[in-house]
Write a protein that binds this ligand. Structure first.
Ligand SMILES: Nc1ncnc2c1ncn2[C@@H]1O[C@H](COP(=O)(O)OP(=O)(O)O)[C@@H](O)[C@H]1O
Ligand SMILES: [Mg+2]
Length: 238
């Protein structure tokens, strides 16, 4: 279990700007948590604090009772936390298959590579030898990023707005990926109704504080009452 206790975060160069304010949360194994809330409410900051990309100003983080508050990103990764970026990163000179091998820490045969890629709706034959560069579309990069998370097979997976850029791909495929990852804890930042619907728990953030936590039906009225908290439709258009 991952546990946050009284987490606060303010930027180093602006200590008065509290972006996260006394956030305490528990994330249990095998559950899907969807963090939602208005733009600027602190969602990305919160998941970056979990991964160690941002360091909490105060408060504590525990993973299975081991305190990880001051551990760097790579040590948290070794303990089983994985993070998929909101904007996928490109790696010059590396092919998709190289990254999948690095992510899974082994040399994969074609069938194994095919499994990871078909899960995210990509045809392995077409993609395994593609270089990871700006010739790939945002949607393709995003799916590759998701395939890398699957290949890592970590215990806790963090996704920041995984739906961004994959509007042409059916949301059912995306939600199925999360539903199939039953052995891990998935923490997903999203505004999408379809993703909120598969959550075991929805966490509503507002002004850096947890406004409400519960099932989607419990939290939904609070989302609707939040300024700018308008839910996006099926195709992410509005
Ligand atoms: N390092 C930083 N320095 C100053 N302001 C920041 C920093 N990181 C985030 N912010 C601000 O904190 C607020 C929350 O940001 P963020 O967590 O990205 O929001 P969300 O993901 O919910 O849209 C925003 O107003 C953002 O501009
Ligand atoms: Mg964000």
């Amino acid at each position: 279990m991952l546990r946050l206790e009284n987490i606060c975060f303010a930027p180093v160069d602006n200590k008065d700007k509290e972006i996260l304010n006394d956030v305490s949360l528990k994330f249990e194994k095998g559950k899907i948590y969807v963090i939602t809330g208005p733009n600027g409410s602190g969602k990305s900051t919160l998941v970056k604090v979990i991964m160690g990309i941002n360091n909490a100003t105060s408060g504590k983080i525990f993973l299975d009772d081991k305190e990880i508050t001051n551990l760097p990103i790579n040590e948290r990764a070794n303990l089983g936390i994985s993070y998929a970026f909101q904007q996928p990163v490109t790696f010059k000179g590396l092919k998709v298959r190289d990254l999948l091998d690095i992510a899974s820490n082994k040399k994969n045969d074609f069938n194994a590579l095919c499994d990871y890629l078909s899960e995210v709706g990509l045809c392995a034959k077409e993609y395994i030898n593609r270089p990871l560069d700006d010739k790939l579309s945002g949607g393709e990069l995003k799916r590759i990023e998701l395939a890398l998370v699957l290949a890592r097979g970590r215990e806790i997976n963090i996704f920041d707005e995984p739906e961004a850029g994959i509007d042409l791909w059916s949301f059912d495929n995306l939600t199925n990926i999360f539903k199939n990852m039953k052995d891990s804890t998935n923490i997903i930042v999203s505004h999408q109704t379809k993703i909120l619907e598969i959550a075991d728990y929805v966490i509503l953030l507002k002004n850096g504080k947890v406004e409400k936590i519960g099932s989607y039906s419990e939290v939904k009225p609070y989302i609707e009452n939040t300024t700018c908290g308008r839910l996006r439709g099926k195709d992410g258009q509005n």
